[in-house]
Design a protein around this ligand. Sequence first.
Ligand SMILES: Nc1ncnc2c1ncn2[C@@H]1O[C@H](COP(=O)(O)OP(=O)(O)OP(=O)(O)O)[C@@H](O)[C@H]1O
Ligand SMILES: [Mg+2]
Length: 418
Amino acid sequence: MESIQAIKQRFGILGNDEKLNRAVEKSIQVAPTDISVLVTGESGVGKESIPKIIHALSHRKHGKYIAVNCGAIPEGTIDSELFGHEKGAFTGATQSRNGYFEVADGGTIFLDEVGELPLTTQVRLLRILENGEFIKVGSSKVQKTDVRIVAATNLNMTEAIKKEKFREDLYYRLSTVEIHLPPLRERKEDIHLLFRKFAADFAMKYKMPTVRLEDDAVALLQKYRWNGNVRQLRNVAEQISVLEQERSINAEKLREYLPGIGSNLPAVIEEKKRESDFSNEREILYKVLFDMKNDLNDLKKLTLELMKHDNSEKVKEENEGLIEKIYGNNDEEEVVPEEITDEQLEVLQIPQNNTPDKQDKYYFAEEIEEEETLSLQDKELELIKKSLERHNGKRKAAAEELGISERTLYRKIKQYDL
Ligand SMILES: Nc1ncnc2c1ncn2[C@@H]1O[C@H](COP(=O)(O)OP(=O)(O)OP(=O)(O)O)[C@@H](O)[C@H]1O
Ligand SMILES: [Mg+2]
């Protein structure tokens, strides 16, 4: 059996906290069985690594691994996405379609944000868990599938059951083994370690010297609540790496990047952030330009290689890392519903007035004559980022504030790689 350390390294999990190690150990132990697993923990604690470990160490590792974000699929189509549908099952069903449970036969399905599943879908899921049976939407034929289910949630399931939003019987079926990931504030020893690793990664990415925290900043880092957990810490490390000229960061500087410090009251966040928010726009644009410059340099390098050799396969092989960096890695199966609904076409309402008002929260600080599309995209990105920050990464609340569906927000997060 691979050791906990080796698995953590293989899956990019940092930290030496005992509870974190216990979670990884449990994943290793449960992997070879077909037992359903429920991964719990606050938003941003790293729940998505656990099903990957379980799948990779199971006898299903050569089978499919499908990750489904239950919170991002509209209620009207989720049954069809998961279980498939017959031709003519509903308006627009011009062809029959296999659902993820059929496609993943012999493999693993990761049901992320499982607490968001509608009650009717929960009934269907319970049946699969009990005897592997399901029925396509619009069909009467019972089908069988052999799928291992790992689910995750950041909700308090006891509450959800009490409010009758989640079936108790399904909860017990799903959580035969529960793996809990501790919040970052309970892993004090790991916080600085994680910050150093992220700072080093971003220094490399942006080709800058690494930022370092002074002692008082380290103390502040460990005292902070980290409602957004590792995700928030990573974002803070990135912002500081990009925006700060001075590479040595003291507590006073760090404080500017930690919302709600002191009281954690939203009102304080509003007050504190208002001034700095849009004076930072220019810096955010710099970051975008910075990224573009880096990509351009990488592309130049690749083009040069291609000009030097006429064997493109060899160049591809030798520059695998670079190609992945520029074009991304599409290996992992990411499930996004296929049909385009009106909801998917939803866009954020960005004010178009030409007379900027400094009190207006959409006001773009500098008079930058740039391409309209870029500026609109930046504004949208900023709105999303700020809303997610305000809600500590909670997509539901952010989507509500932005006036778009959670699913649209999810797509935008993917689009902007947030
Ligand atoms: N121990 C860790 N070491 C390194 N990176 C981590 C660790 N834990 C989390 N991360 C990083 O933090 C980010 C958030 O993790 P992840 O997406 O797994 O969160 P989550 O628990 O699924 O949150 P949510 O409930 O909001 O979906 C990812 O970029 C992940 O790589
Ligand atoms: Mg997640």
